[in-house]
Ligand binder design. Structure first.
Ligand code: AP5
Ligand code: MG
Ligand code: ZN
Length: 216
């Protein structure tokens, strides 16, 4: 299974990615998670990416494309992959098409998760992330069993620096301008499926897995 999760910030890409990778046993490639990991480890890449992320802006295409290209060439991607938050611009989508061509593979489907703007802000502001395993929770919609602690690994939960109302509004603006055009790009390739992301997490998961031909 080779697939992409497309959708605005806070739509539920990361949340649904967990379900998909479990069902299809494929690696989860989230460019946002890769950048946050680099920021945590204080790498050069992390320092560069943080300048953009904190402002709600996109990291430059060259930087992102190089990372994804490297990642897709790793052995574990031979059985497929799930891209979460990449591509986010037309040049990124075109670069991805070229990489896939070199690998002699094509995408199965692109899942577009749709959620209204007011809900996106509410979701992002209440989001809490595990410092160790990056699992996302929500204070109201998906709370952990113990406040501030990850159910899966016992890690500490924190709020992302870019999850303030102001930065999310900026990220949504950037999404509408730079990323939304990808809907048409993949519609033209006949592989886009739009899913209603406003339902409960479990209902959305069911629709996503069914669309991809899975069983749960
Ligand atoms: P990234 O980390 O990818 O952030 P994003 O795309 O803005 O998306 P989010 O992670 O905020 O949302 P999500 O859709 O994953 O939602 P989640 O499942 O967590 O990117 C961050 C930054 O990195 C970018 O701004 C940019 O600077 C840079 N970057 C990354 N990729 C890049 C690229 N390709 N090019 C350039 N720059 C790049 O859910 C959100 C919340 O809602 C959670 O609390 C969750 O519990 C809750 N929730 C989920 N589903 C539901 C539901 N159905 N009902 C109720 N609550 C729900
Ligand atoms: Mg995410
Ligand atoms: Zn954890």
């Amino acid at each position: 299974m080779r697939t992409i999760l497309l959708g605005p910030p806070g739509a539920g890409k990361g949340t649904q990615a967990e379900v998909i990778v479990k069902e299809f046993q494929i690696p989860h490639i989230s460019t946002g998670d890769i950048f946050r990991e680099n920021i945590k480890n204080g790498t050069e890449l992390g320092k560069k990416a943080q300048e953009y992320m904190d402002k709600g802006l996109l990291v430059p295409d060259e930087l992102v494309v190089a990372i994804v290209e490297d990642r897709l060439k790793k052995e574990d991607c031979k059985k497929g992959f799930l891209l979460d938050g990449f591509p986010r611009t037309l040049p990124q989508a075109e670069a991805l098409d070229n990489v896939l061509k070199d690998m002699n593979v094509t995408l199965n489907k692109v899942i577009n998760i749709e959620v209204a703007k007011e809900k996106l802000i509410q979701r992002a502001v209440g989001r809490r992330i595990c410092r160790q395993c990056a699992t996302a929770y929500h204070v109201d919609f998906n709370p952990p069993e113990k406040e501030g602690i990850c159910d899966k690994c016992g890690g500490e939960l924190y709020q992302r620096a870019d999850d303030t109302e102001e930065t999310i509004s900026k990220r949504i603006e950037v999404y509408l301008k730079d990323t939304k055009p990808l809907i048409k790009y993949y519609q033209d390739q006949d592989i886009l499926v739009t899913i209603d992301g406003e339902k409960d997490i479990k209902e959305v998961s069911k629709a996503v897995v069914q669309t991809l031909g899975g069983e749960s």
